[in-house]
Design a protein around this ligand. Sequence first.
Ligand code: ADP
Ligand code: MG
Length: 155
Amino acid sequence: MKKLLKISTKSPEETEEIGYNIGKSLSGGEIICMVGDLGAGKTTMTKSLARGLEIEDYITSPTFTIVNEYEGRLKLYHFDVYRIGDVEEMYDLGYEEYFYSDGVCIIEWSNLIEDILPKERITIEIKRGIDDNTRDIIIDGTGQKYEDLIKELNY
Ligand SMILES: Nc1ncnc2c1ncn2[C@@H]1O[C@H](COP(=O)(O)OP(=O)(O)O)[C@@H](O)[C@H]1O
Ligand SMILES: [Mg+2]
């Protein structure tokens, strides 16, 4: 039976370790959705995940564009759709070229574009915990590839 992976972290470094391990385990074509309030840790997690993909560039959230592209062991397409007005903007961008590529897509605020997300994906939800440095991280995978990937993280 499918199980959600729930991890509590007590520092940004602990969250980064999870991201790094996920990044290392990716083989291409994955969709990773990041959900959580402003300041939850979506970009923190994305940066460490990029390190796991051997990306050397400095990762910042795309602000004036919806997607930033990076090259490492695999290509990374980092979306932040927080400011998106309408899903239509994703069509204008040609999002399918990214979502159905050999690269890895990370989508911050993926809940805002729920309708166009592939059914098979990983969703990482980050919630603030009891104090400033605590986060509850819930990782859910839909599809065999993603369920296996989460199992192999060994948390
Ligand atoms: N356990 C933790 N995990 C992740 N980030 C944390 C944690 N504790 C504190 N933080 C801090 O919270 C902030 C998260 O910011 P950011 O990753 O930009 O959030 P988001 O992209 O979700 O808006 C960072 O300043 C980070 O250092
Ligand atoms: Mg962010």
